[in-house]
Design a protein around this ligand. Structure first.
Ligand code: ADP
Length: 483
């Protein structure tokens, strides 16, 4: 991997401003999902190192919370500037360890950095309130104060932006952080931390623990009473486990869990636009995002036309090494991911689904799976009920609005949803009826720093980004004063 600034590549954990090995000296390997080549051997930390990181964050909190909002804002702004100055290197590291195409990786760096910019600005606007007292001699004042030490556990599909959208609001309001990135993608996290240090963010304010035993690190993060809040992005199963583990110490939680997004196309929709939206929302990151369209529902009159147009567009996508120009579909994260997707397709086909295109691995690289359309699918199949996390688009046919709303909501998940149509009344009805935290209307791209990202039902709670994004990191205190 060629970088302009090779200092960004670190393979240790980061505690109290020092890069450290695991006490045991153990390491785990990180490899490139495109060709399985070894990228780094990273410190394999456990409970003891996690405790040390928490204690460092606890000490730093006492200092950091007393920085003025202006000081914190300026440091975050500097961190943001450095991320953009190093965008090519950050994107290169990301593509090497995660596999997504380089241009997409650059997009993630811009998106990730935008949270740091946004919260550097919000840092100055953690306003309280003054409430008219309940008696004439009472004055009531609302303060918002940082919660304290925050544990952040992040996934591999967005190795950069899932970190910044937790760490930036936490730091903005005066919290300190212990971060545990996914073991498959630790290098992007470390590169961000190198830049945080360069920006002047004081020691102990951000700590990073790497390790392959997530449950050991997770146990300490959830049981240690110094940690006051956990922000987690990942699978629903792990989210539920962490929620249970946090019960004993009554930690605050933000959970951004799995999705099962419906993507609905009504008869009167602009089909070409809907096809482009489907490609953006379904095949970005080779289908490995929690807001990816999971189930496409197309109304009967346009079902065949939509499938045909989608097939034509998918045929234009170039598959391969994310570092090669023009590639828009890279490898899935690992062999398990490919096998999972294969299992879903096989089960659907066994039960009557037709493969319109794709349905197999790329010749010559077993980590890359062809963008796939499945038609003639039904709601009993696994592709209706499970999060696919791969480039498979099952396209369901529907007749009426009522029917599609019922199917779209027939899932325990409630993160993102999308629909295409041109009837104003229908747009309002459908937008209000969808049981999701996010609704994309005539667009497949819904992620932005300025809007509150998050789900309902078993997709979790808490919101990331926007003016609401700081709420998850502050406590509300009220002062009742008699005069
Ligand atoms: P994904 O399918 O995205 O890998 P996971 O929920 O397995 O979803 O992983 C998301 C993050 O949660 C990763 O950083 C992973 O290491 C971490 N994780 C997995 N299991 C646990 C656990 N028992 N305790 C704490 N963190 C965990």
């Amino acid at each position: 991997m060629k970088l302009k600034n090779s200092n960004l590549l670190k393979n240790q954990s980061y505690i109290n401003g020092e890069w450290v090995n695991a006490h045991s000296g153990d390491t785990f390997d990180v490899s490139n999902p495109f060709d399985n080549s070894l990228l780094a051997s990273v410190s394999d930390c456990g409970q003891q190192e996690t405790r040390e990181a928490i204690e460092a964050a606890g000490k730093a909190f006492k200092v950091w919370k007393n920085y003025s909002a202006n000081q914190r804002s300026k440091l975050l702004r500097k961190w943001y500037d450095l991320q953009l100055e190093n965008i090519d290197d950050l994107a290169t590291i990301l593509t090497y360890e995660q596999g997504k195409p380089f241009e997409e990786a650059k997009g993630e760096i811009v998106y990730g950095a935008s949270f740091v910019e946004w919260f550097s600005e919000e840092a100055r606007r953690i306003y309280g309130d003054v409430i008219p007292g309940h008696e004439s001699d009472k004055r009531i004042i609302i303060l918002k104060q940082p919660i304290g030490v925050v544990a952040a556990i992040t996934p591999w599909n967005f190795p950069n932006s899932m970190i910044t959208r937790k760490v930036a609001p936490a730091l903005a309001v005066g919290c300190t952080v212990v971060l545990k990135p996914a073991k498959l993608t630790p290098l992007s996290a470390n590169a961000l931390v190198v830049l945080a240090e360069e920006a002047g963010i004081p020691k102990g304010v951000i700590n990073v623990i790497h390790g392959k035993k997530a449950s050991v690190i997770g146990k300490e993060l959830t049981e240690n009473p110094i940690v006051k809040k956990l922000s987690f992005t990942g699978s629903t199963a792990v989210g539920k486990l962490l929620m249970a583990q946090c019960a004993d110490t009554v930690k605050k939680l933000s959970l951004e869990l799995g999705g099962n997004a419906p993507f609905i196309v009504f008869n009167d929709a602009d089909i070409d636009k809907a096809v482009q939206g489907a490609i953006a929302s379904k095949f970005r990151n080779a289908g490995q995002t929690c807001v990816c369209s999971n189930r496409l529902f197309v109304q009967s009159e346009i079902y065949d036309e939509f499938n045909e147009k989608l097939r034509e567009e998918l045929a234009k996508l170039k598959l391969g090494n994310g570092m090669e120009s023009g590639v828009s579909i890279g490898p899935l994260i690992d062999e398990n991911a490919v096998e999972f997707v294969e299992g879903l397709v096989e089960e659907a086909v066994d039960n009557g689904a037709k493969v319109v295109c794709g349905g197999k691995r790329l010749e010559g690289n077993s980590g890359i799976y062809y963008p796939t359309i499945l038609s003639d699918v039904n709601i009993d199949m696994r592709v209706f009920n499970e999060e696919i996390f791969g480039p498979i688009a099952p396209v369901f046919k529907f007749e009426t609005e009522e029917e599609v709303i019922e199917k779209a909501n027939d899932t325990p998940f409630g993160l993102a949803s999308y629909f295409y149509g041109n009837n104003n009344s229908q747009i309002w009805r459908v937008a209000e009826a969808l049981e999701y935290g996010i609704v994309g209307i005539n667009t497949g791209m819904i992620s932005t720093t300025v809007a509150p990202f998050g789900g309902i039902k078993e997709s979790g709670f808490g919101r990331e980004g926007s003016k609401y994004g700081v709420d998850d990191y502050v406590e509300i205190k009220y002062l009742c004063m008699e005069v």
